[in-house]
Structure formats: structure tokens, C-alpha cells
Design a protein around this ligand. Structure first.
Ligand code: TIU
Length: 229
């Protein structure tokens, strides 16, 4: 496939599709469904559920184009040995990390709430990165996988825009990856944080990345596919 050019903010970005991957952040029941961590923090989970269809369409287009997809999940070991006390004790949630909830223990690996929502379940062969922090690079092998795969540019989507998506893009940018946040495939419990979170990425000439709509990515893939035929 020839070079892809994606219409984005603050400017179009040209990239080699052989060096592109999608990182889809934390589309877990614990954040998107009632009874999970997000709701325990006092949030309206419907704000996040809205993007599931757009994320499903993004996954299906990228799979068809052969672009690698990496899924992440935020969570901890059952004994909480990888959960800093400062994280477990933060705030005043109705249920804390490790407490028993309707989908099992909150934010614990292996529990039902820790799973990715059924509509976006990883296909066999798609790597799943379990992360103890907000960023997908912290204490994971994501960087190693990307480098071994020759990846230099990331599409990043998922939840929440200003927390785990932002942290991951900031970590990736400092490691030398070019990042494109997929605007309509990210969401926050706070719509205004989503909007301003995206602006923070692309302001100042793209201070730590680009922002594009999924439709712009589909158009670029379709155009490149047509050129390669
Ligand atoms: N609470 C919130 O907005 N986010 C998180 O705790 N984790 C992620 O963003 N995945």
C-alpha cells in the first residue's frame, strides 16, 4: 500500500501503513458498564458507551486493511501487589479497587468487569496489554512489541480521553512515536474534558500529536487501497 495521508488537526499527516498500529485503550466493562470502577467513582457510564459502535467500525476497517491492533486493559493482580496504595486509597468511591462488585472484584484481572466489552473483544492474535497504570507504556511490554514490529505511528482511541488515552499518547510521544487520537472513538465521563483534551493534543502545531475523525482514516485507507490495485 502506498503512503497514507490522513486529514487531521493541526495538519494532514502522511505515514507508511506498514509502520502503523492501533492502540485501543481500556474498553472494559469496569469503565463502560453499571457496577464497575467508573460508576463507583460517581460517573455516568453512558458517556463512554456511546463510542462502542464507532470503535467497532474502526476495528473492522483496520482489520480489513491489515493494520495491527493492540488492546489494553487497566487492572491489578488479585493480591493488589501491583496497585500503589496511593491509587487504591484515592478519592471516595462507593467501591474501591479490589472490592467485590456486581461484575466481580473492581479492576482485578480475571474478573468479569475487567474484560473488554463483548462488541470490541480482541480477535485471536491481537495482543492484549494488561497495565497497572493509566499509561499503556508504564510497566508493560508495549514499547518492545511496537519496536519489534517496526511501528512508528499510532492511532490511539478508547477511554477516557483525558486520563488513559492522554497519558498513553504523552508516553508514546516522548518515546518517539507519532500519535493520532481518533476523536470520535475516544470518550470521557466529562464531555468538556473530551473536547479540550483533544485540543490539548493538537494545539501548538501538534504539541504531542494529531487528532483525526475515523471517517478521515477510512477515506485515507480506501484511497490507498484503490491506488495499490
Ligand atoms: N477514571 C477515568 O476517567 N479513567 C480511568 O480511571 N482509567 C482510564 O482512563 N482508562
Amino acid at each position: 500500500m502506498p503512503v497514507l495521508t490522513i486529514h487531521a488537526q493541526p495538519a494532514p499527516i502522511s505515514l507508511d501503513p506498514a509502520r502503523l498500529a492501533l492502540v485501543i485503550i481500556d474498553m472494559q466493562r469496569d469503565f463502560l458498564e453499571a457496577g464497575g470502577f467508573g460508576e463507583a467513582l460517581g460517573n455516568d457510564v453512558s458517556q463512554l458507551r456511546r463510542i462502542v459502535p464507532a470503535c467497532a467500525a474502526l476495528l473492522s476497517h483496520l482489520r480489513a486493511a491489515g493494520i495491527p491492533i493492540i488492546h489494553t486493559r487497566e487492572g491489578h493482580r488479585p493480591d493488589l501487589s501491583d496497585a500503589p496504595r496511593a491509587k487504591v486509597e484515592r478519592g471516595a468511591p462507593s467501591l474501591r479497587i479490589g472490592d467485590d462488585g456486581p461484575m466481580g472484584r473492581i479492576l482485578i484481572r480475571g474478573e468479569a468487569g475487567h474484560d473488554i466489552v463483548a462488541e470490541l473483544a480482541p480477535l485471536s492474535g491481537e495482543p492484549l496489554v494488561d497495565k497497572p497504570g493509566k499509561g499503556a507504556f508504564y510497566q508493560t511490554d508495549l514499547d518492545l512489541m511496537l519496536r519489534n514490529g517496526g511501528i512508528d505511528t499510532l492511532l490511539v482511541c478508547g477511554v477516557t480521553t483525558e486520563v488513559c488515552v492522554h497519558t498513553t499518547i504523552r508516553e508514546a510521544n516522548d518515546r518517539g512515536y507519532r500519535c493520532i487520537a481518533v476523536a470520535d472513538c475516544c470518550a470521557s465521563y466529562f464531555p468538556e474534558f473530551h473536547e479540550v483534551g483533544l485540543k490539548m493534543i493538537s494545539a501548538q502545531g501538534g504539541i504531542f500529536g494529531w487528532v483525526a475523525e475515523s471517517g478521515a482514516i477510512f477515506s485515507a485507507l480506501d484511497e490507498a487501497g484503490a491506488l495499490s490495485r
